[in-house]
Design a protein around this ligand. Structure first.
Ligand code: SAH
Length: 254
């Protein structure tokens, strides 16, 4: 037995040691290369220009929204190959036929919700996780639901690696909301539907705001904001937008 242990020590320790060193080197280099790849381009400069040109100059004035969007690297929410386009004002593909919304629309929807720091917000359609990050920079609690598993897992990993501890991501059909954490001060639906899911209205606080692209799920929709007032809904239309359709239960009810 003793002999066997000695044999082990002499032959395997150096090999195991080298293997561990090699693994550590690989880990350190992969961690070091990632920020370096992103640092190579002037994303901060592009971001500031985008905030001025596409957001502030087009009428978004809420400093909470402008500051939140100035702090978030949108390039991290798209594929590496698309990072160069991250600060152009248009949607970008995020896989599975889905898109990350155009920065101006993200700003418009976020501002319309009139958020306060202590608010609890529900998002339907996590997608890349970018809108959830914008919300999380402003409010204390964000709950977000995504119906596509791969996107859910990707967004969850990314948001946690970026340090967002106030976002909870769930895989499921957002049509039914997330009752457990409600009622919400605000609800944002980032996929198009031809009606407002009734569960979402139920999970909205009195005085709460819900924003949704409402109308045809094939062409364009009207960005609609409703405020819950004494059981009734105060409705305001903000303009035309084009979102990907809400799938699942929303498609069955017409
Ligand atoms: N807010 C996202 C973009 C949304 S794209 C971002 O910042 O990147 C719309 C997303 O809604 C897609 O990812 C789509 O899979 C998701 N979706 C569609 N129907 C849904 C449903 N019923 N419940 C939850 N998510 C849904």
């Amino acid at each position: 037995m003793m002999h066997l242990i000695k044999f082990d020590n002499h032959n395997w320790r150096p090999v195991a040691f080298r293997l561990i060193i090699l693994l550590l080197l690989l880990l350190v280099s992969s961690l070091a290369v990632e920020p370096w790849l992103y640092a190579a381009e002037d994303f901060a400069g592009k971001r500031q220009k985008m905030i001025e040109r596409d957001i502030r100059d087009r009428g978004i004035r809420d400093p909470k929204v402008l500051n939140a969007m100035s702090r978030i690297g949108r390039e991290r929410f798209v594929d590496r190959g698309l990072a160069g386009q991250a600060y152009e004002d248009h949607p970008l593909p995020i896989g599975e036929g889905q898109t990350i919304s155009q920065p101006y629309v993200v700003a418009l929807m976020t501002e319309a919700l009139k958020l306060k720091p202590g608010d609890r917000v529900l998002e339907i359609g996590t997608g890349s996780g970018y809108q959830a990050a914008v919300l999380a920079e402003i409010v204390s609690e964000v709950y977000t639901i995504e119906i596509r598993k791969r996107l859910t897992e990707h967004a969850e990993r990314l948001l946690s690696s970026l340090g967002y501890r106030n976002i909870k991501v769930k895989y499921g059909d957002g049509y039914f909301g997330w009752e457990e954490h409600g009622p919400y001060d605000a609800i944002i639906v980032t996929a198009a539907a031809n009606h407002i899911p009734p569960s979402l209205i139920r999970q909205l606080k009195e005085g709460g705001r819900l924003i949704i692209p409402l109308g045809s799920t094939i062409y364009t929709q009207i960005l609609t904001i409703v405020t819950k007032k004494k059981g009734d809904l105060d409705v305001m239309q903000l303009g035309t937008v084009a979102f990907v359709p809400m799938v699942g239960e929303a498609e069955k009810k017409r």
